[in-house]
Write a protein that binds this ligand. Sequence first.
Ligand code: ZN
Length: 256
Amino acid sequence: MELIFDSHAHYDSDDFDDDRHQVLSGLRDRGVGTVLNCGSNLTNSKESITLAIAYDFIYASVGLHPHEADSMSSKLISELEQLAKSNPKVVAIGECGLDYHYDFAPHSIQRDAFKAQLDLAEKLDLPVIIHNREATADTLDLLETYHGQGVVHCFSGSVETMSTMLKKGLYIGFTGIVTFKNARRAVEAVQACPLDRLLVETDAPYMAPEPLRGRRCDSGMLAYTVACIADIKGISPAKLISITAENARRLFKIKQ
Ligand SMILES: [Zn+2]
C-alpha cells in the first residue's frame, strides 16, 4: 500500500521538543511514508537538514519565510546556497514568498527576499516552496520572470489565481484547511485542481484538520485531509495517496 507524502511540515518547531522522536518514529504506522520538512530561517533550515540526516523518510528545504524577510542579505543567500548544496536530501528552496496579512516586514523587503530565493532556486535547479498570504498580485508579478518548478503551499485562494499558478507549471499544496466548515474557496480550488498537480501537506504543527482542529498537528492527521480531498475528487483515499505521492516525488526529484 502506498503511504502518504506530507509535502510541508515543521518538525523542528519547539512544539515537538517533548516528543519529536516519538511522533516521527510512529508516523509510518499511521500511514505516512515521506515528509518534507521546510526551513523558514537559517537556523531551522539547518535543523531541517539534521532531521533529514537522522530519519531516512524526511527530506529538507532551506529558505527564509516572509515573516523574517528583513534578515535577508547577500551573506544569508550564500549561506542558504551552501546549505542546499551540502546534502542531497535538500530538495527545495523555501518556504519563501509574501505575507501581507501579518506584514512583519515591509513589502519591498519581502519582495526582494522572495526574488533572491526564486533566483537561487533557478540557479540550483531546485523547486521553490511558495507562501502567499493576501499578496497574490505581487506574488504573480515576481513569478513572471521565474522559470523553475515549485509548489504554492497551503493554497486557499480563488480558482482564477490557481489557474494562473497552474499555467506557470506550479503544483498546488492543500492543507487541513479544506476540511474546515467555512472552507468554500479551498474546496472549489480542490475541485478545479488537476490531479497531476495536487499535493497534500499538513503545515504541522499548524492547521490540524477537522475533527482535530485546534490541536497540535502532525503528519498522521493528514489522513483526514486526504479523505476529504478524495471525497471531493470522487476517488478512493488510496488512489489520492498514490497520485499525490507520485506528484511530490516528481516535483522534488525523489526516487522511490
Ligand atoms: Zn510552513
